[in-house]
Design a protein around this ligand. Structure first.
Ligand SMILES: Cc1cc2nc3c(=O)[nH]c(=O)nc-3n(C[C@H](O)[C@H](O)[C@H](O)COP(=O)(O)O)c2cc1C
Length: 332
């Protein structure tokens, strides 16, 4: 029987199929369904910086009526609709889930500016989370802010969060860095034990009739796997951190590709949202059958076997391969 076990952030997982942060972790029942279906671990949906900050501004207002702070806080706070519970309810839900399941549960904080909200790293640890994921989702729009300044903000944030808690810390980052390997190395130096590649930014659309910007999230497809796959393959064995691949994992073969590139785990949201927890045993079956057919004994055996360090042609992950890819069109 193929051995699917893996490790991630010092945790032992029965397989590399992990539920990525999504609404699937908003209810104890759905986390239990994922556990029963055989998932390796679950990342909680995120607690947002804005949400924590808003709650504390609102509290200040009620403690100190007559100031203008409430109006300010309301304009600052983006409308999260029904997506999130309050901060304390979030921490309470982690504690409840941890009591009810045996798989690792990873808390998730989402923000990008320094501030008191990072205290929640400690609260999430106290609630029993096995690890913490920090999602630094930010769209840089300021013409005067340099990439160097912005990168330092991220690094400082990781250091701040690191100081708040002792559980393993993974950083979920965007692919949009000029020098991703350098940024990855600096994040690890600042205290990240793992990197989650990549954040999938929602892309707003424009409704030309109502003249509105539409904030819709579209689910991913396997096509989107290629970008994180390349960067996992490039980083594997070159930084002292575990690697999680997220974006575009939909099939057992996608999970195998991720492991071969060097990922400790594959994190799925779209596929599980679309098909439900019942998809987990199918995925595990696909992985096992493939491993048996191609005579792999374990996930560990295939890990990193197609990383840039391991392949015969390392340039395949770089610019040189672009020309080859273009030529393949000429030859059609
Ligand atoms: C509906 C929805 C909600 C999500 N919520 C979060 C979140 O709260 N925090 C987070 O870090 N990522 C969140 N994500 C991103 C996913 O965790 C995942 O990284 C991304 O969707 C790429 O994986 P996929 O291709 O399997 O969907 C969300 C994704 C979806 C589709």
């Amino acid at each position: 029987m193929a051995d699917l076990t893996t490790t991630y952030l010092g945790l032992h997982l029965k397989n590399p199929v992990v539920a990525s942060a999504s609404p699937l972790s908003k209810k104890l029942d759905s986390v239990k369904r994922l556990e029963d279906a055989g998932i390796g671990a679950v990342v909680m949906y995120s607690l947002f910086e804005e949400q924590i900050t808003h709650e504390s501004l609102a509290l200040n207002y009620f403690l100190d009526r007559g100031t203008e702070s409430m109006a300010e806080s309301l304009t600052y706070f983006p409308d999260l609709g029904n997506y999130n519970l309050g901060s304390d309810a979030y921490v309470g839900l982690i504690a409840k889930i941890k009591e009810a399941v045996n798989i690792p549960v990873i808390g998730s904080l989402n923000g990008f500016t320094p501030g008191g909200w990072v205290d929640y790293a400690k609260k999430i640890e106290q609630a029993g989370a096995d690890a913490l994921e920090l999602n630094m989702y930010n769209i840089a729009t300021d013409l005067t802010q340099t990439s160097q300044d912005l990168e330092q903000v991220y690094i400082d944030l990781v250091s701040d969060v690191r100081k708040q808690s002792n559980i393993p810390l993974a950083v979920k980052l965007s692919p949009f860095f000029t020098s991703l390997p350098n940024m990855a190395a600096r994040l690890v130096k600042a205290g990240a034990n793992g990197l989650v590649l990549f954040n999938r930014f929602y892309q707003p659309d424009i409704d030309v009739e109502t003249l509105e910007v539409i904030p819709e999230i579209h689910l991913s497809s396997s096509e989107e796997l290629r970008m994180p796959l390349r960067w996992i393959a490039i980083l594997y064995g070159r930084i002292e951190a575990d690697l999680a691949l997220t974006t575009g994992v939909h099939t057992g073969e996608d999970v195998i590709k991720a492991a071969m590139a060097g990922a400790n785990v594959s994190m799925l949201a779209s596929e599980l949202i679309h098909k439900g927890a019942g998809r987990v045993p199918e995925l595990l079956g696909e992985i096992t059958r493939w491993m048996e057919e191609f005579e792999y004994d374990s996930i560990t055996q295939m890990k990193g076997s197609m990383s840039q360090k391991a392949v015969a042609d390392p340039a395949a992950f770089e610019r040189a391969n672009y020309m080859k890819a273009l030529q393949s069109f000429d030859n059609r």
